[in-house]
Ligand binder design. Structure first.
Ligand SMILES: [Zn+2]
Length: 484
């Protein structure tokens, strides 16, 4: 059956697979990314140009997109560039220019393959970056750990995150290169992933959830019910070996624990974890094996000082860190990723009922202090990223919490270009610039005026595009290529 359809792309004919001449059927499937179907079938005898399926889920090249009249958000400078034309080709911003500028090279008439979208009144925001997630956090079932069930559960959460506008996430404990590659290949629609594998923790540290009365099990995964979230290592040699193994397994970064934490049942929040030589062995390994950085779960001043002395370039949470140490972080370019929402969910929300009493008490100590710490860190010039440490449903709520202490343009920067710096992707992610990855949101309100609009996606989020491919859209003419 054939059907005539009119769209912003022009008039075209929809063809049912059954109607295709056999020798053409393989090609026709890949004519347009918008009508592409995975390949599950080949005619017999095989056509002359038949090739063995090589990753049959691989999507065809995307259609170039031209967005006109759009208000581009320059997050770095906290300003709007009004009425712009943005061109996207093969996953990158190819051109960001003034409307009606001298742009003959890209004349739409001369290049009819472009899809043109009128974005008058819409704001184009770089895709959001969450620098502190654990995609495996919800993957453990009541019946214990299963890698296969975990993969399906992770797919569910990744779709949700992307649909809410997070086009990039950094996993700081659990995710592997396989998760990263599955999203890169669009096997699972999800954000771009930066991964570090399991967290490294000392025995009795924040990552050690084993039975405190059981014999020590160095080098083992900490708790079967938590899955591969952390590895226990003690001593310089063991740290060296574990770090090398994680880098071999494809880690972008490595996360360690340099102070106590909230959800770990046996450690004190203000305990120092790992010695400086142990941390240094891990930092040296990441540097020498081509990783980005080592980041430390760390709530305390001393934990931060030990980590920085050893070469750590990122601090997670940071709740109780004092002003001189925050200044030291600013001087040395050490990034900070605070996580307010997870603390709120424990202290004032439903997670409080699920965690042990000892964790609830520890959460109360850090929760109040974090707001003040963030204000000081911002004042002294620390690069602060957006982090949540939490389930997908409330991942956007961190915006509302930060809005109680910081102006909207500052928070938007944290969730975009500041996060890109943490990932070593400045000018490639978290910005609308020529040559950057085409990850963006279209909004009908300006988040520089009120950042909280980002946490009302059903009202204000009109489209999500990752890698130049649209996954969510109510904008006329902008078709969804990959439904979530
Ligand atoms: Zn975490």
């Amino acid at each position: 059956m054939m059907q005539q359809v009119s769209s912003a792309l022009g008039d075209f004919t929809l063809i049912d697979n059954d109607d295709l001449p056999l020798d053409n059927s393989l090609k026709k499937h890949t004519d347009s990314p918008y009508h592409w179907k995975p390949r599950y079938w080949a005619p017999w005898p095989l056509p002359k140009d038949y090739q063995l399926p090589n990753a049959g889920w691989t999507r065809p090249p995307q259609q170039p997109i031209k967005l006109t009249g759009v208000n581009v958000i320059d997050v770095e400078h906290g300003r709007i560039l009004p009425d712009m034309t943005v061109k996207i080709r093969q996953g990158f911003f190819e051109r960001v220019s003034r409307r009606n500028g001298n742009d003959d090279k890209f004349d739409i008439q001369a290049q009819p393959e472009w899809m043109e979208i009128d974005c008058k009144g819409l704001y184009m925001c770089p895709g959001l970056i969450d620098c502190h997630v654990h995609i495996l956090a919800e993957a453990a079932g009541e019946d214990g750990w299963s890698d296969i069930m975990a993969a399906y559960r992770v797919a569910h959460d990744l779709k949700g995150m992307l649909g809410n506008g997070f086009t990039t996430i950094r996993d700081v404990g659990g995710a592997t290169r396989h998760h990263r590659e599955a999203t890169e290949q669009w096997l699972i629609p999800g954000p771009r992933l930066y991964i570090g594998g399991p967290v490294l923790s000392q025995t009795g540290g924040h990552g050690d959830h084993s039975d405190r009365d059981a014999a020590p099990t160095p080098g083992m995964i900490s708790d079967g019910n938590m899955g591969p979230m952390s590895i226990i290592v003690d001593g310089v040699d063991a740290c060296l070996k574990a770090a090398r193994k994680l880098m071999m397994a494809g880690a972008d970064h490595i996360k360690i624990c340099s102070s106590g934490g909230v959800l770990s049942p046996t450690d004190k929040v203000d305990s120092d974890q790992f010695t400086v030589p142990e941390i240094k062995a891990i930092c040296d390994t990441v540097r020498s094996m081509g990783g980005t950085l080592v980041t430390a779960h760390c709530n305390t001043t001393q934990g931060a000082r030990n980590a920085i002395e050893a070469g750590v370039m990122g601090i997670e949470h940071g709740s109780l860190i004092d002003e001189p140490t925050l200044k030291l972080m600013a001087e040395k370019g050490v990034h900070l990723t605070p996580t307010l929402i997870v603390q709120e969910m424990i202290v004032n929300g439903p997670l409080g009922a699920q965690v042990p009493k000892v964790s609830l008490e520890k959460a109360k100590v850090v929760a109040g202090a974090t707001y003040e710490m963030i204000k000081i860190a911002h004042r002294v010039g620390v690069n602060i990223a957006y982090g949540t440490d939490i389930i997908v449903d409330v991942q956007l709520s961190e915006f509302d919490l930060r809005a109680t202490i910081l102006p909207s343009p500052v928070i938007l920067k944290q969730a975009t270009c500041n996060g890109a710096k943490v990932l070593g992707m400045k000018d490639k992610l978290g910005c609308i610039k020529e040559g950057a990855f085409a990850d963006f949101l279209l909004l009908d309100a300006n988040p520089l005026e009120d950042i909280k609009i980002l946490n009302r996606p059903d009202t204000h989020l009109k489209a999500v595009v990752k890698d130049g491919r649209c996954v969510r859209s109510t904008v006329a003419g902008l078709e969804v290529e990959i439904p979530l």
